[in-house]
Design a binder for this molecule. Structure first.
Ligand SMILES: [Zn+2]
Length: 425
């Protein structure tokens, strides 16, 4: 890296008024790749980009050489407050048993404000270091986690989680109010609703969430069709997930059911629309995929978490062919080795041979659109926020920018809101 910045105090808190980033490749995502390109940043915004030979000035420029400058990655589905649980509940094929263990661990290790904020903070730092500048973050305790997000350089949506079934049926209104309470003093974090799943939120409360999301124009995220057991529960109200609720001590005989498949249940309760992100959608039919496409519902696919649970192959390619907006998430570190979207994309490149441009869209603009932030982040477009990742390539002359998905490169520099992030290796 050749730094030509006039200031020597290059820290994570310094926001340059004007700055020029140069590299072998600039990948705007919404426009053709620029070879030997530049990106001009001013006051936290992208001002222009083009060929480095045409760059507007030389002062305050940083040349990353054999590297790719791309938008900061978007993690469309994560739970940053669970970061400290990494490796403590290894995923197994028995999902209901796993989630029961997870809930017990959350009660044991994340029950105080200090514990939850420390874990959230760790998640924010690990995300930014991985080049993730935007998140769709699910939180069980919005009033604790949101100040951490709002005081950081990350942007995105903080979805307040709602669980409301059986003996917890009556808590939904309080959870809803906590979810939709605006965050003061920040424009980088928005609020959203997250009814957890069709087996933990009864249909009446799901409808209320859908109506609130629509009335307030708030994004909504829900885990749907994550396991095969889920359809057993929503159609017949039995199986391992019914047992899970019983083991948690919240099951009662008044739990409402609509006897529908998970996606049909989501449709019947008004949840399929352009403001909704469905996390996972691991077990869906062709008819389900058509419903997701026609309703403009987004899907957050979490490749390494999906693999860790040994699910059947995900139909994300069929979804995209049908017109579904498929974004990428990590889910939490309870089920994933890292919070890196680049590493998720590297898996898809190596396992499925997905084209580099498509991977880049899945890891950036698709997530931004899913979160309702497509006009602010997700591409290197003049006027958008200066959220940028720089990934170095090998020194071989024949390299292609798509090689960032081939090997194991990680970001060498990250900018969020125009500020250089100090990424400790
Ligand atoms: Zn999740």
């Amino acid at each position: 890296m050749n730094r030509n910045a006039k200031s020597s105090s290059f820290t994570d808190t310094l926001s340059y008024n004007q700055m020029l980033l140069l590299a072998k490749y600039v990948v705007p995502v919404d426009a053709p790749v620029i070879e030997n390109g530049y990106v001009q940043i001013e006051q936290g915004r992208i001002v222009s980009l083009g060929k480095s030979a045409d760059r507007p000035f030389d002062k305050d420029s940083i040349d990353y050489g054999q590297a790719v400058i791309c938008p900061g990655f978007v993690n469309a589905h994560t739970h940053l407050e669970l970061t400290s649980l990494k490796g403590k509940v290894p995923p197994t094929a028995d999902f209901p048993a796993w989630i029961l263990q997870l809930v017990k661990l959350i009660h044991a290790e994340l029950s105080t404000k200090e514990q939850l904020q420390a874990s959230t903070q760790l998640g924010i730092e690990q995300s930014l270091a991985a080049g993730v500048t935007c998140v769709g973050d699910i939180t069980r305790a919005p009033s604790w986690s949101r100040p951490c997000l709002a005081n950081s350089n990350i942007c995105g949506v903080s979805f307040g989680e709602i669980i409301a079934t059986g003996k917890l049926r009556d808590q939904w209104n309080d959870k809803m109010l906590a979810s939709i309470t605006p965050i003061p003093d920040t424009s980088r974090i928005q609020v959203g609703l997250s009814p957890h799943a069709p087996y933990t939120v009864e249909p009446k409360a799901l409808r209320e969430c859908a109506e609130k999301s629509s009335a307030l124009d708030l994004p909504l995220c829900i885990h749907v069709a994550e396991t095969m057991a889920e359809a057993q529960f929503t159609q017949h109200q039995c199986g391992p997930l019914q047992q899970y609720l019983a083991d948690l001590g919240i099951w009662d005989d008044e739990v409402e059911t609509l006897s529908l498949t998970p996606i049909d249940l989501a449709e019947a309760t008004g949840l399929l629309n352009a403001r909704t992100i469905i996390a996972h959608a691991n077990y869906v039919s062709d008819a389900d995929i058509n419903k997701l496409a026609t309703s403009k519902t987004s899907v957050a696919y979490c490749p390494r978490t999906h693999e860790a649970f040994g699910h059947e192959p995900h139909l994300y390619r069929d979804m995209m062919s049908a017109g579904v907006n498929v974004a990428i998430g990590t889910d939490s570190l309870a089920s994933n080795p890292s919070l890196s979207i680049l590493e998720e994309l590297q898996l898809l490149r190596q396992r499925d041979g997905i084209d580099a441009q498509m991977l880049m869209e899945m890891g950036t603009i698709n997530g931004a659109k899913a979160l309702g932030l497509g006009d602010q982040v997700g591409s290197l477009t003049p006027g958008k926020s200066a959220d940028v990742a720089v990934v170095s390539l090998s020194n071989s002359q024949e390299c292609h920018w798509g090689d960032m998905f081939r090997d194991e490169p990680s970001p060498v520099a990250v900018y969020a809101d125009g500020k250089a992030i100090n990424i400790k290796k």
